[in-house]
Ligand binder design. Sequence first.
Ligand SMILES: Cc1ncc(COP(=O)(O)O)c(C=O)c1O
Length: 391
Amino acid sequence: MSRVFPDTLKIRDQFPIFRERPDLIFLDSASTTQKLGKAIDVITSFYTKENTNVGRSLSTLDVIAQRKIARIREQASVHIGAPTPESIFFSFGASHSMRGVTNMFFEQLLQDGDEILVSPSDHQSYVQPWYEVAAVYAALGKRVKIVELIVSKNGQIDWADLKSKVTARTRLVNLTHIHNVYGNASEILYNSEKIAFLKSRNIIIQVDGAQSLSKAVIDVEGMGIDVLHTSGHKAFAAQGVGVVFLRPTLFSNPGRLFEGTPHVAGIYSLGAFFDFAAEIGMAQIEAVVEEVTKYTYEGMRSIPSVVFTTGIAQCGCNSGNGILSFTLSGASSVEVGQYLNQHTIYVRSGTHCNFDPINIGDSVRVSVHAYTSKQDIDTYLDVLHTFSNAL
Ligand SMILES: Cc1ncc(COP(=O)(O)O)c(C=O)c1O
């Protein structure tokens, strides 16, 4: 085995799709990740042996489910460094919790004249609800101002701009831990002085962690996070489930947001992810993702027509967190995607679900994870080279 991808084979073996589909070169992991065998097993086992609703009766099956969910809540709190399992909730995905929590802010916390900081380059599911709910409240006579932040060329929020926009009425800032197109991690979350500044102004810190749950260490306490949204299907688990952290005391009765029959099988699959992450170690997963990303980046740099968009190429950062976005001179991003698709190489082309498509622009996004093999990347680079040479 080569020097790169030290642990990918051990990891890759845990994802049955790569055995079932040896031809598959899946480079779209920012969109959704492939599933752990153990996640698939617990889903099947729930439906074949233990299916029940939960919290509705005292049946043995119900009690088993409640116990299992309580344990996974505990695992989730440890995984993200939350103060208590009670601060963890299970959503139906990041988009679901973002909209619900935005509504909750309006219902319970925001006053007429309050201001919210948002970055228009963030994911549509994160930004759009603010404008929609603000419009509804404006019609009812309660005005909440949405203040847009500037993002620098390196993909980071311009801190001087942010500071200049903070007023006595600023109530909340929306940050994204790992950006779904730029791939960079928010430097604010790793800067204790900046976090202390926001805290000193009593600004609530809300974080979109959809991309980061399975790729980076999240430390809710250390990063000063008050609200965190994540997505299970981007963490090797089922679609339609997510982990949410809400700082206790922020809302009264937050459970109301997540009422109804939970996605029990999906929550179990999250448990399989937490077992996997604890076994391998998030720092190790982060290191593998970094290595795979760098290898891919280096290979792509040798293709002259590749033009990297905001991300690892401009940020001067080490990692890129598995995400590389680019355009190819002489071809549209759709043409590149279609050509790769003909070779069973799956990437994403377009504006990637971001709120402000003009700011983000059209690009091809290649996204790897800890299960990506060197062979995947070498084949992808060969095919991209061939396409580029023919232009
Ligand atoms: C940064 C970011 N936020 C939010 C979402 C939405 O997550 P979900 O699919 O769980 O609704 C995504 C998914 O593409 C994302 O990449």
